[in-house]
Design a protein around this ligand. Structure first.
Ligand SMILES: NC(=O)c1ccc[n+]([C@@H]2O[C@H](COP(=O)([O-])OP(=O)(O)OC[C@H]3O[C@@H](n4cnc5c(N)ncnc54)[C@H](OP(=O)(O)O)[C@@H]3O)[C@@H](O)[C@H]2O)c1
Length: 174
C-alpha cells in the first residue's frame, strides 16, 4: 500500500486562501482527476467543505477526517484520525494507492508517512493563509517532471513533479 499526497503549491508553499484555492487552473483539475479517480481520497473536513460543488468527488471513495463525532455528510466516509482514515482507504477499491488530497493540516500530518508527492508547482506568488510543509531534499527526490504552459483556462503556468521518498535513514518515515 502506498500513500501519495496530491497537491498544488505556489511559491512560499501557499496552497489555500479563505477556505478555497487561490487560483483557477483547469489543466491541473484534469490532472487531479486523472491521478485520483479509482483510488480512495483522504481529506480534512475543511477541504471537503471547500469543494465548489458540494458532495463527494465521483469515482473515488471519499474519506473525511474530523474530530467532531457527530459530523456526517452524504457520500463521505468519516474517520476520526488519520490512521483510521488510511485503514478505511486501504480496504476501499484502488486502496493499494491511497491519495491524500489536503488540506494544510492533513498534509502536515500525512507527509511523514507518505511514499510519493504528486506536486503541481504553481509558478506564481499568491497571497494565502494555508501552506504545504517544506519538501525536504534530503527526503524527497523527483522522478518525473513536466512543464505545463498556462492554457486558456489556467491563470498561471505550472510544473508537475512526482517525488518519491529517498532511501536511507535520513528519509525514513516518521
Ligand atoms: N492547493 C491544494 O492542492 C489544496 C488541496 C486541498 C485543500 N486546499 C486548501 O487548503 C485549505 C484547507 O486546509 P486546512 O488546513 O484549513 O484544513 P484541512 O486540512 O482540509 O481540514 C482540517 C480539519 O480536518 C480535521 N482533522 C485534521 N486532522 C485531524 C485528525 N488527526 N483527526 C481528526 N480530524 C482531523 C479537523 O476537522 P474538524 O474541525 O471537523 O474536527 C480539522 O479542522 C483550503 O483553503 C483549501 O482550498 C488546497
Amino acid at each position: 500500500m502506498t500513500v501519495t499526497l496530491v497537491v498544488a503549491i505556489a511559491e512560499d508553499g501557499v496552497i489555500g486562501r479563505e477556505g478555497g484555492l487561490p487560483w483557477r487552473l483547469s489543466t491541473d483539475m484534469k490532472r487531479f482527476k486523472a491521478l485520483t479517480t479509482g483510488h480512495p481520497i483522504v481529506m480534512g473536513r475543511k477541504t471537503w467543505e471547500s469543494f465548489p460543488k458540494p458532495g463527494p468527488l465521483p469515482g473515488r471513495t471519499n474519506i473525511v477526517v474530523t474530530r467532531d463525532r457527530s459530523w456526517q455528510a452524504e457520500g463521505a466516509q468519516v474517520a476520526h484520525s488519520l490512521e483510521a482514515a488510511l485503514e478505511i482507504a486501504a480496504a476501499a477499491p484502488g486502496g493499494e494507492d491511497i491519495c491524500v488530497i489536503g488540506g494544510g493540516e492533513v498534509y502536515g500530518q500525512a507527509i511523514g508517512r507518505a511514499d510519493r508527492l504528486a506536486v503541481t508547482h504553481v509558478e506564481a506568488r499568491v497571497d494565502g493563509d494555508t501552506r504545504f510543509p517544506a519538501i525536504d531534499p534530503a527526503v524527497w527526490h523527483a522522478v518525473a517532471e513536466e512543464r505545463v504552459p498556462a492554457g486558456e483556462r489556467d491563470e498561471y503556468p505550472t510544473r508537475f513533479v512526482l517525488y518519491e521518498r529517498s532511501k536511507g535513514p535520513a528519509a525514513a518515515k516518521s
